[in-house]
Design a protein around this ligand. Structure first.
Ligand code: NAD
Length: 495
């Protein structure tokens, strides 16, 4: 059992109150992964002060030098990949291959953002006037408050911390209380890489207290949040009222369309991986499968057969396909949603209950669950359940399928399986989501393009790389006009 501390102003410290909380293994409730500093307001005050104090020196550090530190941190994550992947499985429950994938994403993000240190480019454009030049430059925003969820416990912090730092911001980072040990290991990599004190500060503790106080703290200039819609919306309200920039990445009710001309076996694999991968706990998880009526029955038959063979268990054990859900409250919530689905008239054809086989009763295991005869009005087709529950919905044709997919408050990811280039083009154009996949599942975004959703899935700019990605979130444009004519020149007038 490990003691996990805050990291404030270059020191590992307990919370001011000395209080702690426990992080447990969801596959084995009895196993405590870490005993963690439970912070309060004073700890956030100290962290914000440290981040403010370090800001000037960090923003004036040449971006390529900042990039070198990120590059080293990525190398340290790579060196520790195996142990970090195992830790993810123990603390969050995802199977080992997914844990390793999560760490790899952070490594990729580290190297990518390290390179941005040598790019961070703006524009120089010609002036309307003689003897005048003009340019735009990226400048940091200040102290960023970063708040992250538990489902990608190293990758999501990396999506925020690396771009925030490369742009010259300093950071107060509050990770999920379900995965504090993973977050701590991530911060340790940056510390080992030589990050100056105060540039990155880590504060553990409950969201409602520490997270909310951080978001509204006078020492913070901007907030980046990933988590549920309810929390994100609340924080948008708080930040809006104090004129503070906030970016939110929130939930999803993602769907896969399976057309009558689809390669059905491929579509079944995509639905399986999208629906039950990471136990359905990805923001991009495919929780709705919208199937053309001509292949509806055949799809269901194949999908059920494949889903019933998935092996549940501890993700560290070879051959496990699906791990536990994160904690007791999610476990209970998912089972409640299943009951609601049954009451609404959806037909349960697989799962729907806690798994009791083998060692499953030691953790929060729920059987892969499939509902059919689902309609878009039903709650299970609208609300994010965030567990291994998939709803299959019948559609008459492409237009009907697209309408069904769009009939939700969320707009993160969607997919279509079809052999018809015209159908794929229409779907690509008309699906109202931030990300669209063609002949691939709703999951598996790559970091070199922007990531994020619309509607209830996101507010503000995007995460990850590419044009319009994280650099636009973590920096702002400053525009410089320089007149070297030595006389008064009035743009718009002296033309
Ligand atoms: P959550 O909203 O419960 O918590 C997210 C973070 O916010 C945690 O650190 C938590 O401690 C903190 N928090 C909770 N209440 C707070 C408050 N009142 N003020 C400030 N901070 C508070 O979400 P979760 O259960 O950790 O994560 C699951 C959710 O995250 C799902 O909805 C999922 O779709 C979403 N998610 C979205 C993306 C994306 O990029 N769109 C990625 C991953 C997860």
């Amino acid at each position: 059992m490990e003691r996990i501390k805050n990291y404030i102003d270059g020191k590992w410290v307990d919370s001011k109150s000395g209080e702690t909380f426990r992080s447990n293994n969801p596959a084995n409730k009895g196993e405590v992964v870490g005993v963690v500093a439970r912070s309060g307001r004073e700890d956030v005050d100290q962290a914000a002060k440290a981040a403010q104090g370090a800001y000037d020196a960090w923003r004036l550090t040449p971006a390529p030098r900042r990039g070198e530190i990120l590059f080293r941190a990525a190398g340290i994550l790579l060196r520790n990949k195996e142990s970090l992947g195992r830790l993810e499985t123990r603390e969050m429950g995802k199977i080992l291959s997914e844990g390793l994938g999560d760490v790899q994403e952070a490594i990729d993000m580290g190297y990518y953002m390290a390179g941005e240190g040598r790019r961070l480019s703006g524009e120089t454009v010609p002036s309307e006037l003689p003897d005048k030049d003009m340019k735009s430059v990226r400048v940091p925003i200040g102290v960023f408050g970063l708040i992250t969820p538990w489902n990608f416990p190293i990758a999501i912090p990396s999506w925020k911390v690396f771009p925030a730092l490369i742009c010259g911001n300093t950071v107060v980072f509050k990770p999920s209380s379900d995965t504090p040990v993973c977050a701590t290991r991530f911060v340790e990599a940056l510390v080992e890489a030589g990050l100056p004190k105060g540039v990155l500060n880590l504060v553990h503790g409950p969201g409602g207290e520490v997270g909310e106080y951080l978001a509204s703290h006078p020492g913070v200039d901007a907030v980046s949040f990933t988590g549920s819609f309810d929390t994100g919306k609340r924080l948008e309200g708080i930040c809006g009222a104090i004129h503070r920039m906030i970016v939110t990445e929130m939930g999803g009710k993602n769907a896969i369309i399976v057309m009558d001309d689809a390669n059905l076996d491929l579509a079944v694999e995509g639905a399986l991986w999208g629906g039950f991968g990471t136990t359905g706990q990805r923001c991009t998880a495919a929780s709705r499968i919208v199937v053309h009526r001509k292949v509806y029955r055949k799809f269901i038959e194949k999908f059920k057969r494949r889903a019933s063979r998935l092996k549940l268990g501890d993700g560290l054990q070879k051959g496990t396909d699906v791990g536990p859900v994160i904690n007791e409250s999610q476990f209970n919530k998912i089972l409640r949603e299943v009951e609601i689905g049954k009451k609404e008239g959806a037909k349960l054809i697989l799962g729907g209950k806690a798994c009791q086989k083998g060692n499953c009763s030691e953790g929060y295991f729920i059987e892969p669950t499939v509902f059919v005869n689902v309609t878009s009005e039903m709650r299970i087709a609208r609300e994010e359940i965030f567990g291994p529950v998939v709803s299959v919905i019948e559609a008459d044709n492409l237009e009907d399928a697209i309408r069904i997919v769009n009939r939700t408050a969320y707009g993160l990811s969607s997919a279509i399986y079809t052999q018809d280039i015209n159908s794929s083009a229409v779907a690509e154009r008309d699906l109202e989501t931030g990300i669209v996949y063609i002949n691939a599942s709703t999951i598996g975004a790559e970091i070199q393009l922007p990531f994020g959703g619309i509607k209830h899935s996101g507010y503000g700019r995007k995460e990850a790389g590419g044009r319009g990605g994280a650099l636009d979130t973590y920096s702002r444009w400053k525009v410089i006009y320089r007149d070297f004519s030595g006389r008064l020149q009035k743009a718009q007038i002296d033309k």
